[in-house]
Design a protein around this ligand. Structure first.
Ligand SMILES: *Cc1c(COP(=O)(O)O)cnc(C)c1O
Length: 217
């Protein structure tokens, strides 16, 4: 697989779903990948990347931003409140707003800094103990609370349980988004992005299918 193959498959999935070309944004997930592989994808012209750890992103993206114009960086992993300000400096979009304390911290720092990254709320659609995200039953109220804090929510994000049919989780996420008037859907990874696109994904997060297998997570 390569960047080009994935772009081709995304275009085909958009077409199959009757969606307009370019309606799905490809986030190339570069976590744990060697810098040469990331640079190769940048050299191919791709500019939208995802990282799941603030610390790791801080170690490589400021340099890449100096070397390449127009990079857009997405935080797709959990955010500790004490790293929120650093996340504001590093990331254009945060996909992992998952609890009231974090929402309040983001709102406060947005006030202080006079800007705010794009925000997605992570929903724990599989209700897994080990996974971050607001529970589906609490999602509507949490979205309302975020809006009351003056946060602009772009959409919802989920990571389906590995041993379940992902499309059930994608449908659930789409349903929660729709009834709350949210248009963004961050869902779909290397193994299931086509089915996510069929169910309305606006952002797919693809790592290993572009860069190759990771040595660890
Ligand atoms: C690692 C990761 C991905 C990419 O996973 P692949 O299976 O390598 O495509 C997507 N989303 C999140 C939240 C991740 O942590």
């Amino acid at each position: 697989m390569s960047l080009h193959d994935i772009q081709t498959r995304i275009a085909a999935a958009e077409k199959d779903a009757g969606r307009s070309p370019g309606s799905v944004e490809l986030i190339a997930v570069s976590k744990v990948q060697p810098n040469e592989r990331v640079a190769a994808v940048l050299d191919e012209g791709h500019r939208i990347f995802g990282e799941n750890r603030v610390q790791e992103a801080a170690g490589k993206w400021p340099d890449f931003r100096e070397r390449y114009e127009g990079i857009e960086l997405h935080l797709i992993g959990p955010l500790q409140t004490n790293k929120t300000r650093q996340a504001f400096e590093l990331f254009d979009t945060i996909h992992s707003v998952d609890r009231p304390k974090l929402a309040k911290t983001i709102a406060r720092i947005a006030q202080e800094e006079g800007h705010c990254p794009g925000l997605f709320i992570q929903v724990n659609t599989g209700e897994e103990d080990q996974k971050a995200g607001i529970l589906p039953a609490d999602a509507d109220a949490f979205i309302t609370d975020c809006r009351a804090l003056d946060l602009t929510i772009e959409g919802l994000m989920c990571i389906p349980p590995i041993d379940e049919e992902p499309s059930l989780h994608f449908s659930l996420l789409a349903k929660i988004a729709e009834r709350n008037g949210l248009s963004g859907l961050s869902m779909g990874m290397s193994g299931d992005f086509e089915s996510a696109i069929a169910l309305g994904a606006t952002h797919v997060r693809v790592g290993s299918a572009i860069f190759g297998e990771r040595k660890h997570d």
